[in-house]
Design a protein around this ligand. Structure first.
Ligand code: GAR
Length: 205
């Protein structure tokens, strides 16, 4: 078997998607391992989860840098140290520069069915719009906001009595399963991205 795919996971909050990846990676047959977890803030549960799992962590706060470019370059430098095959942005609430994205194949999970409801408030915006089905999307990050080539999506029905929290929690349950399943397949089978078409299992990674 090939060596495990090296994942650097970026988080900004509770890190339940990270936890799902950590749990999956405990099985060597999964084909990936989390080599580091990074965050843009301190004292978050996502970092605590990594520490409990014995995974190295790093924090780069935008406010500690004079410019956004300086922050981004520092983030890229520390990520590079861990030699990732893939960077997974899992609830990481910062945009990454084209320079960062040119260096690392970066995936992001978003709690809506892209291209609908991009940005920070996918579940709220879906609820306000009155859609009956929303969900989660895993995509390859590009220079836009939640605009990159789509790798996988999972639908979630909106219930009549949903509020933002109940809807987001149900999305997150589906999102975690999709993330674990898809990242595992990418790790074991490779991914190719041609324009907007993403294929898993075509060989290269
Ligand atoms: C997830 O639902 C993720 O899709 C979302 O934040 C949540 C993080 O949960 N990200 C975005 O909204 C980015 N636009 P977690 O910290 O428990 O994994």
């Amino acid at each position: 078997m090939n060596r495990p795919t090296r994942l650097v996971v970026l988080v900004s909050g509770s890190g339940t998607n990270l936890q799902a990846l950590l749990d999956a990676c405990a099985d060597p047959a999964y084909g990936a391992r989390v080599v580091a977890v990074g965050a843009d803030r301190e004292d978050i549960e996502g970092l605590a989860r990594a520490e409990r799992a014995g995974i190295p962590t790093f924090v780069r706060k935008v406010s500690d840098f004079e410019t956004r470019e300086g922050w981004d370059a520092s983030l890229a430098t520390v990520v590079e140290r861990f030699e990732p095959d893939l960077v997974v942005s899992a609830g990481f609430m910062k945009l990454l520069s084209p320079t960062f994205l040119d260096r690392f194949l970066t995936l992001n999970t978003h709690p809506a069915l892209c291209p609908a409801f991009p940005g920070m408030h996918g579940p709220r915006d879906a609820l306000e719009h009155g859609v009956k089905v929303t969900g989660a999307t895993l995509f390859v990050v590009d220079a836009g906001v939640d605009t990159g080539p789509i790798i996988a999506q999972v639908p979630v029905a909106v219930e009549d009595d949903d509020d933002v929290e109940s809807l987001h929690e149900r999305i997150k349950t589906a999102e975690r399963a999709m993330l674990v399943d898809t990242v595992g397949r990418i790790a074991r089978e490779g991914i190719t991205v041609e324009g907007r078409k993403v294929r898993i299992g075509a060989g290269a990674r």
